[in-house]
Structures are given as structure tokens and as C-alpha cells.
Design a binder for this molecule. Structure first.
Ligand code: GLC
Length: 530
């Protein structure tokens, strides 16, 4: 699958993103090239042929900047360089070029809500003191109480604990996430200009897209006693500015991380002069139930189609429970507030449903995200030793919420025991010994593996699916069936019993063996229409 062209159903190369399959690389857990137990660019570059063979059109990398890693790199100390544990700027440029050579675009993660307490601006702000222009880049306030000993308001951090931390001179600064992640002041034009410059820095280096972290929370009303930071109207002006920068270049895109329950509000981020796309978290969080899935798909289409924006279909990422674990539980929904850690999960059922969900997500019109390890069917690792855990959610919840480390365990590539070809060193999170059955090496040779399902599905998807429209077909209760423009029909059986298939010419791909002419429960199939 090499060559310089960008193959796929989309004729306009500028619109590559509308139907792309985008693979999410959590760099520190992907592949380790230098043996220090942490994934890096050398490891990723060495594994590019794997991603090319998988059939993805783009790679989204989580933050790769210098970072003290208080939040896995979402505490950015320098927006214009690469974390030394990951490599160098020159290696990043080489990676972008090599990926392009394979027809794979690069999307990077930009974190505009907050930086790191080690970032130069914050260091300067602490030094410059109250009332200084340096402090105006952040959200510093005097405290309440007789001696300012109480925080300016009672807002809570999203990771738990207070959202304010006091500095030695007595002022407090706001951090919606960890104390090591001070929030920027987006009312300050210097902040606006700085991020435009950062965007240009990376677009100039060939980056094709920007994933915008925590995109909806940049504007705050600090006078409100109630937490008031989600989805203020003022954010849209920020993204209009970003869009103008992106449009100075051709074919570069903005993708929002926008968690909003209200689809009408969500759609505002996708207006033609704002972001190109946003992650579909409604679908990600949806339980494995036919009516809920159909509702989520319809809602997604109703939100996107009038705007001309392609939907995205996401089953997992570095913040949520791995699908094979989630779908094997009695409650198959996802909720940040209750991750259901420890709820029993049936691995056979979970895998069966995750396979069917993969074919469903791949068949829907628009873009697709695949989080590394999803294609290997990795489960959530729920029994990590406490001393290995690194997620700030674990620390800030007083060790009551296990957080997200369980979906971030380094990938198993080959061999019979850890580190499973991840690298020469001891991986930064321990891998379960059972993963010897799930290595890429084992799965690539197995026609029935999850990896083979993803590879076959993604290659067919490039030709027959991606951007476009869909039409629901009549089907019995509990069966989802729809047709795409190419004539491909996708049928998913959520009835709990075998179901009949609609008329068809041939079976292109199935998530599990068919039962004579019947589609077994929790199985999906792609058919060539009659
Ligand atoms: C986003 C990221 C998450 C991070 C948070 C703070 O939600 O996906 O991993 O912890 O923002 O930057």
C-alpha cells in the first residue's frame, strides 16, 4: 500500500478528511525505539508500514511536546518542540514526510485551554508578581476571606479537588484540570496571537490537521459561583480565527474535542467558518442497544448533514474504557463520571460485540477514528499495580477512581512475554502476560483475528464507504440495516437471536461466522446488495 497518491473514494484531495480512517497514536505506548520503556518517534517511524498495511489515511498523535507529564503530555511546556523522551523536532519532520510518502496524513494535538506550570510564560508570571502583564496571560485572582486564604470561588477541577491553587505571594490561579495545568486567559490578545503562531509553526512543517483539546471550555465567567466554563459563546470567535489561519494553507483541518450533550450547541462548532469536524462522543458513549444506536446515528446525521460537515464515528480513545471490556458488561454505556471500573465483563461477549461495532462504525458515512490497540481487541487493564498508575484522576480522586491508565498500556507487538516487542526496556505500564495471544504478530497470521477484521474492513472501506450518505432498510426489531451509495449493505444483529439477511448478491465481510443463511446475535455483516 505504498505510493504517493492518497487513494480513497474522495476525488477532491483537499477533502481527504471527509471520509478518512484516522488512527490515534498514543505515542508513549505505541512503540519504543530507544529501549527506555517509553514509546517514541523512532518506534513509530519503524512501525509506519504496519499502519500503511492497516489501511489508515491519517494518524492523530496525542501531544508530543516537551512536558513534565503531569497529565500524559496534556501539560505542554513548549508548543514548538518535541518531548526529548519522544525524539527531536527533526525526527518529527522526518516522520511527517515519511507518512506522506505512504499516503498518510498527520494530525497533531494542540492544547489551548491550559499549558504547564513549567512553561516559560507561567514561570515568568510567577516571577513577575500580581498585577503584571505576565500574570494577565493566565487567570490569577486574589483570594476571598480576611487574608485571601479562600479560593476566589468554589469551582472544582475536572480531575477532582479544587480548581484553584495558591502561589507564595498569595494570589490564586485557575486550573480546570491538574494544578500543573494553569489555564490561559483567552480574553488576552497575546494568548490569541500566540496560538495562531503555534498553528503556523506546525502547518509550516507539513502537519495536515489539528485536534483541539478540550475545545469548549476556553472562556470562563469567574464571577459566577456556579462553575461556568462550558460552551460560552466567546469560544466561537477563537475558532473562527484558527480557521482563518488553517485556510491560509490548503487541505489543513481543525477537529474539535467537544463534549456537549446538546447537539444544537455542538453543531455551532461545525459552522463553515469554524472547525471542519468534531469527535462524535454521543456515539462513543452509546450502549450496545439497537434503539439507542439508531437514535445516536440519526441524531448524528441530523446534526451534520444540514451543515455539510461529515460526521465522525469513534468507539474509543485514550480517555475511555476499551470497547471489548465495555461491551462485555451488563451496562455497555460509557460515562466519565462513572467508569464502571471492576464491573464484571464477559470477554467473549465483549469481543464479539466489539467486532460487530467495528464493522458498524466503519460502514457509517463520514470519518472514522481507530484508537491504537482497538484493532488488536485489547481489553482495559483494570488490575494495574497502584504504584504503576500515573493518571492525575487516580491521584486527585484520592485513589477512588482508577482513571485512564488501563486503556494506555503499551502495545503488544510480538513474542511470548512482556515487553512483547514494544521495545527493549521495561514498559512504563506493565503489560498483562495474557497479551501474548493478542500480539500483532499472532493476529496478522490469523484470518479470524480482530486485526485481520480491521485490515480487511479498512481496505474495503476505502473503496466502498467513507464520506457520503446512507439509507436505512426495513428490518425486524433489533436489527440495524442500511445501504450505502456503493451498494454495500451493513446489517447488525442486536436481537439476541439469529436473524435473517436481506436479499444480497454476496457476503463481503462478517464480524463472525454466519449460521447457514442467518446472522448470529451480536454479529455484523457487509453484503453486496442484490
Ligand atoms: C482532554 C484529553 C485528556 C486530557 C484533558 C486535559 O480531554 O483528551 O486526555 O487529560 O483534555 O488536557
Amino acid at each position: 500500500m505504498s505510493g504517493s497518491a492518497f487513494p480513497g473514494a474522495t476525488p477532491d484531495p483537499q477533502a481527504w478528511w471527509r471520509g478518512a480512517a484516522i488512527y490515534q497514536v498514543y505515542l508513549r505506548s505505541f512503540a519504543d525505539g530507544n529501549g527506555d520503556g517509553v514509546g517514541d518517534l523512532a518506534g513509530l517511524r519503524a512501525r509506519l508500514p504496519y499502519l500503511s498495511d492497516l489501511g489508515v489515511g491519517a494518524i492523530w498523535l496525542n501531544p508530543w511536546y516537551p512536558s513534565p507529564m503531569a497529565d500524559g503530555g496534556y501539560d505542554v511546556a513548549d508548543y514548538r518542540d518535541i518531548e526529548p523522551a519522544f525524539g527531536t523536532l527533526a525526527e518529527a519532520e522526518a516522520f511527517i514526510a515519511e507518512a506522506h510518502g505512504l499516503g498518510i496524513r498527520t494530525i497533531i494535538d494542540i492544547v489551548p485551554n491550559h499549558g504547564s506550570d513549567q512553561q516559560e510564560w507561567f514561570v515568568q508570571a510567577l516571577r513577575a508578581g500580581p498585577g503584571s502583564p505576565e500574570r494577565e496571560r493566565f487567570l490569577f485572582r486574589a483570594g476571598r476571606g480576611e487574608n485571601g486564604e479562600l479560593p476566589p470561588n468554589d469551582w472544582k477541577s475536572i480531575f477532582g479537588g479544587p480548581a484553584w491553587t495558591r502561589v507564595p505571594d498569595g494570589e490564586w490561579y485557575l486550573h480546570l484540570f491538574a494544578p500543573e495545568q494553569p489555564d490561559f486567559n483567552w480574553a488576552n490578545p497575546e494568548v490569541v496571537a500566540e496560538f495562531h503562531d503555534v498553528l503556523r509553526f506546525w502547518f509550516d512543517r507539513g502537519v495536515d490537521g489539528i485536534r483541539i483539546d478540550s475545545a469548549a471550555v476556553l472562556i470562563k465567567d469567574l464571577d459566577s459561583e456556579e462553575e461556568s466554563y462550558t460552551d460560552h459563546d466567546g469560544v466561537h470567535e477563537i475558532y473562527r480565527g484558527w480557521r482563518r489561519v488553517a485556510d491560509e494553507y490548503g487541505g489543513r483541518i481543525l477537529i474539535g474535542e467537544v463534549w456537549l450533550p446538546d447537539q444544537e450547541r455542538f453543531a455551532r462548532y461545525l459552522r463553515p467558518d469554524e472547525m471542519h469536524t468534531a469527535f462524535n462522543f454521543d456515539f462513543l458513549a452509546c450502549p450496545w442497544e439497537p434503539d439507542a444506536l439508531r437514535r445516536s446515528i440519526d441524531l448524528t446525521l441530523a446534526t451534520h448533514v444540514p451543515l455539510g460537515a461529515p460526521p465522525t464515528w469513534v468507539l474509543s480513545n485514550h480517555d475511555v474504557t476499551r470497547p471489548v471490556t465495555r461491551y462485555g458488561r451488563a451496562d455497555t454505556s460509557f460515562d466519565h463520571a462513572d467508569r464502571k471500573h471492576g464491573m464484571p465483563s464477559d470477554p467473549v461477549l465483549g469481543e464479539r460485540r466489539a467486532r460487530a461495532a467495528a464493522l458498524l462504525a466503519m460502514a457509517l458515512p463520514g470519518g472514522l477514528y481507530v484508537y491504537q490497540g482497538e484493532e488488536l481487541g485489547l481489553p482495559e487493564v483494570e488490575d494495574l499495580p497502584d504504584e504503576a498508575r500515573q493518571d492525575p484522576i487516580w491521584f486527585r480522586s484520592g485513589h477512588t477512581d482508577l482513571g485512564r491508565d488501563g486503556c494506555r498500556v503499551p502495545l503488544p507487538w510480538s513474542g511470548d512475554e512482556p515487553p512483547f516487542g514494544f521495545g527493549a526496556g521495561r514498559p512504563w505500564l506493565p503489560q498483562p502476560p495474557e497479551w501474548k495471544a493478542l500480539t500483532a504478530e499472532v493476529q496478522v497470521a490469523d484470518p479470524a483475528s480482530m486485526l485481520t477484521l480491521y485490515r480487511t474492513g479498512l481496505h474495503l472501506r476505502r473503496v466502498l464507504l467513507g464520506d457520503g450518505t446512507m439509507t436505512w432498510l426495513d428490518a425486524q426489531d433489533g436489527v440495524l440495516a442500511f445501504r450505502r451509495e456503493s451498494g454495500l449493505i451493513c446489517v447488525v444483529n442486536l436481537t439476541g437471536r439469529p436473524a435473517g439477511l436481506p436479499p444480497h448478491e454476496s457476503v463481503l465481510l462478517a464480524s463472525g461466522p454466519l449460521d447457514g443463511g442467518l446472522l448470529p446475535a451480536d454479529t455484523a455483516v457487509w453484503l453486496r446488495g442484490a
